[in-house]
Design a protein around this ligand. Structure first.
Ligand SMILES: Nc1nc2c(ncn2[C@@H]2O[C@H](COP(=O)(O)OP(=O)(O)OP(=O)(O)O)[C@@H](O)[C@H]2O)c(=O)[nH]1
Ligand SMILES: [Mg+2]
Length: 206
């Protein structure tokens, strides 16, 4: 598979309901999930070197629908609404649940679960992780705003995440190249694996 040019990114569509029309079924799908204001849209812009691709705001809750981007004609990125600032439990499931839950379970993207590295994990982050595991969705944990942490805070954060998620976080900052290369390699690698498994499915079906 060719090397993905992440700078070749374009906005395709906004969806407020399912199904998502016009998707190529074989294109690898990645989505960015996390609380409002965690930095989902900023990360997409930084990763693609395209400053205004996804809308960023000081006001939490800016992304209210599913926004779809195409990367180098090869892969899809989905920018999802954040789960709420003050929502927990039932509220979270009610407001976020049907559209996002339906999207994740039907379209089964690889999930980048973003958590703000300045704060301890929120109850909603725990719920989201449990939900992803229950639904057997593959995910990568990303700790955003890593520029705000010093060395020892980063260590503490890593330990907290390992305790809960049994995996190290990928630290990311839009203020530096930090995390970007690893995330790019992760997407490239997942795309290569998916294209191999698509090819073997086709062989198996032939
Ligand atoms: N210092 C710092 N600030 C960041 C970083 N990433 C995002 N921000 C800031 O965090 C705020 C929220 O960023 P968004 O990208 O809009 O967050 P979001 O998760 O898309 O928010 P919603 O769409 O509301 O769910 C903005 O003020 C960004 O400038 C980062 O790596 N470092
Ligand atoms: Mg957003």
């Amino acid at each position: 598979m060719k090397k993905i040019n992440f700078k070749n990114a374009k906005f395709l569509n906004t969806f407020v309901s399912l199904p998502l029309k016009g998707l190529r079924p074989s294109a690898p799908r990645f989505c960015f999930v996390g609380r409002s204001n965690v930095g989902k849209s900023s990360l997409i812009n930084h990763l693609t070197d395209t400053p205004r691709l996804a809308k960023v705001s000081q006001v939490p809750g800016k992304t209210q629908a599913i926004n779809l981007f195409e990367i180098d004609g090869l892969a899809y990125f989905f920018d999802l609404p954040g789960y709420g600032f003050s929502q927990t439990g039932k509220d979270l499931r009610a407001s976020w649940g049907s559209l996002m839950g339906g999207f994740l379970t039907e379209y089964r993207p690889h999930v980048f679960l973003l958590t703000d590295s300045r704060h301890p994990l929120f109850e909603s982050d725990h719920q989201m992780l449990d939900w992803l595991q229950e639904n057997e969705l593959p995910f990568t944990l990303v700790a955003t705003k890593a520029d705000k942490l010093n060395h020892s805070q980063r260590h503490t954060k890593t330990q907290e995440i390992i305790r809960k998620f049994q995996t190290k976080p990928l630290f990311y900052s839009v203020e530096s190249p930090q995390g970007k290369l690893v995330l790019i390699q992760t997407v490239q690698h997942l795309c290569e694996n998916l294209s191999v498994s698509n090819e073997s499915n086709q062989v198996a079906l032939a």
